[in-house]
Design a protein around this ligand. Structure first.
Ligand SMILES: Cc1cc2nc3c(=O)[nH]c(=O)nc-3n(C[C@H](O)[C@H](O)[C@H](O)COP(=O)(O)O)c2cc1C
Length: 206
């Protein structure tokens, strides 16, 4: 059975346009794969460990090829649990609204916890190697304005290039972006049409 990790980064849950679109994607995945094991991780309600001095020191130990030692060992338990939860999934769905041109800070917090050397990537003599390759990733996002390809605002969109980079760094290059935009700079009917358009792209996925 395929394991799907759904990372939810809108605190609006019931009113979230992003989650409305993502719900259709999850339904589609269930149809395509038969049953799925769905793990939902809400970065706004999950208690994410702080990247404080002890945990950051641990990261530097790993970056320099050492083992974790001292206080870092205990402090890293929660980090390791989050990494294991991520790596347990075959399919990752990231549902994120645009906040100030990029992802909400809680999603960045999650990425800063999980993207660790020796777990998600490693340095080799021939360069960095991603350790989470083979996972299919879907990024569902909505934006107040319209940043789609070819529009004047496209260069301001920091969601797509950032997530492509960070996922690619960990070896995940099979990424499908599903976007609903513009949401707020639109009439109610226009917004509804854009949500339906995004859902229609899901229906066409292989
Ligand atoms: C804190 C915050 C910052 C936002 N920043 C932007 C922005 O920079 N550009 C934009 O187009 N929309 C911005 N928006 C609007 C949201 O991207 C938009 O309403 C989105 O559809 C919300 O998704 P949701 O319904 O899933 O929460 C922002 C919204 C919030 C709450």
């Amino acid at each position: 059975m395929k394991k799907v990790l759904h990372i939810v980064a809108s605190p609006r849950v019931a009113q979230s346009r992003t989650l409305r679109i993502a719900g259709e994607l999850i339904a589609r995945l269930k149809k395509t794969h038969g049953e799925i094991a769905l793990d939902t991780l809400d970065v706004f309600t999950e208690k994410l460990p702080e990247m404080n001095i002890t945990r950051v020191n641990g990261k530097y130990m790993l970056m320099s090829g050492q083992e974790l030692s001292g206080d870092a060992i205990g402090a890293w338990e929660e980090i390791k649990t989050h990494i294991a939860r991520f790596l347990a999934a075959d399919i990752i769905v990231i549902s994120t609204p645009m906040w100030n041109f990029g992802i909400p800070y809680k999603l960045k917090h999650y990425i800063d916890i999980v993207w660790q050397p020796g777990f998600m990537f490693k340095y080799t003599e021939t360069g960095p190697v991603g350790l989470a390759a083979g996972r299919k990733v879907y990024v569902v996002s909505t934006r107040g304005g319209d940043y789609s390809a070819g529009t004047p605002a496209e260069p301001f969109d920091q969601i797509t290039p950032y997530l492509k980079t960070v996922l690619g760094w960990a070896g995940m290059t099979d990424v499908t972006f599903i976007s609903g935009q513009p949401m707020d700079a639109n009439s109610e009917e226009g917004r509804e049409a854009k949500i339906k358009e995004a859902i229609a792209t899901i229906d066409k996925l292989g």
